[in-house]
Design a protein around this ligand. Structure first.
Ligand code: ZN
Length: 376
């Protein structure tokens, strides 16, 4: 942390401009205490690391206050403070909020509204993220989450293939709340926005990336727009190429014949492997972190409907768990939402049977309308 209490109960902040000699003198003469738990702190001064305070003894307080502090976290907080100073938003670094026992990285004020800025550099469970978010909202503070730009993939420009793995599950939660992800990279002093996420398969996503240098950022922050139809065309083309390759590899490797659930469904539905309808294997925004590729479960759904003499119009949404159980797919909320969304899309397309046909322009426009969180 960068802020501590002095013996006189004054808040003291470490600045990037404080000279080394002055810090050394402080370390020898002054005592510092944690603003939150009041325990004794040590002033850490190194050649490489940014000067910061740390608890002398490991305490529960560490868990309450942000995280094990990395170089990026300390530096990022200082960068953001400089930005908010320039924007005259009266930034307060690491203020302790006793009512909710939380300590955001920064608190800023615009008009009568206060915003808690969290610069998240470490792993945070989606549950913890949600709890902290609600804590701020309980006391009418608007939380704004900025993640550390994870890797080079996230520093591309435009349409990009990204992987978001299970250790970063909170990104998905943040994305759902904010409709985009805002990341900051301390090395290039740049914000990278990740928007218009589209799940491909498993941990793979397509996304759209835009950047803004630190000091060009305004407040309220820039908000990304929905991708254009043309950009979506590019995304869909790449998705369909993946679908084609998937099917090719899948069928090439299959030696199980009729015991293969995919081949069996294709056979029973009187379809041809090489010519599946264009509404089988479509991308869905709710189809997240699913190890089962969409073509597999979408085909199973039609097989299930055929066997039960149902159509997308007559299939009741409450029956989805029965379908998941029947297909031996693990029932989870993500898959449940994905199947629900798929049925909605099929209804919009007015599909009655697997042998129906949909003009590709119509499929395109329904997907463009349905898949992105940000309204155009
Ligand atoms: Zn403490």
């Amino acid at each position: 942390m960068l802020v501590a209490l002095t013996e006189q109960q004054q808040l003291f902040q470490l600045n990037r401009s404080t000279p080394q000699e002055q810090l050394q003198a402080l370390k020898k003469t002054a005592q510092f205490y944690c603003p939150q738990c009041k325990a004794l702190l040590i002033l850490k001064i190194g050649q490489i690391k940014i000067p910061h305070f740390a608890h002398v003894k490991k305490s529960d307080c560490d868990a309450l206050f942000s995280e094990g502090e990395s170089y990026a976290h300390l530096l990022g907080k200082q960068h953001l403070q400089e930005l908010f100073q320039q924007l005259q938003l009266q930034p307060v670094l690491e203020p302790y909020l006793p009512a909710i026992q939380q300590r955001p990285d920064l608190l800023i004020t615009k008009g009568t509204q206060k915003y808690a800025i969290e610069f998240q550099c470490s792993r945070l469970s989606p549950q913890k993220y949600q709890k902290r978010t609600e804590g701020y909202k309980d006391i009418q503070i608007m939380p704004m989450w900025i993640i550390q730009t994870p890797n080079e993939q996230f520093k591309s420009r435009g349409l990009t293939k990204l992987s978001i793995n299970h250790t970063n599950a909170q990104y998905i939660q943040m994305y759902k709340n904010q409709k985009y992800l805002l990341s900051y990279d301390v090395h290039s002093r740049t914000f990278y926005y990740i928007s218009n996420l589209l799940p491909i398969h498993g941990q793979q996503y397509f996304g759209y990336i835009q950047s803004i240098p630190l000091m060009k950022q305004l407040f309220p922050f820039f908000v990304p727009k929905k991708i254009t139809e043309n950009q979506f065309k590019g995304m869909l083309t790449r998705f369909l190429a993946y679908r084609f390759q998937y099917l090719h590899a899948r069928l090439l490797l299959s030696r199980r014949g009729v015991n293969d659930t995919l081949l069996r469904a294709i056979y029973e539905l009187k379809l041809t492997v090489s010519k599946l309808p264009n509404f089988i294997g479509i991308p869905l925004s709710n189809n997240e972190q699913s190890d089962i590729f969409c073509v597999e479960w979408q085909l199973q759904l039609f097989y299930f409907m055929e066997r039960h003499q149902l159509t997308p119009q007559t299939f009741h949404l409450k029956a989805i768990p029965y379908f998941l159980e029947w297909s031996k797919m693990l029932e989870n909320d993500d898959l449940l939402r994905a199947v629900t969304q798929y049925l909605m899309v099929l209804r919009k397309l007015e599909i009655e049977t697997i042998h129906g046909e949909v003009p590709s322009e119509q499929l395109f426009s329904v997907l463009y309308e349905e898949l992105f969180a940000i309204p155009a």
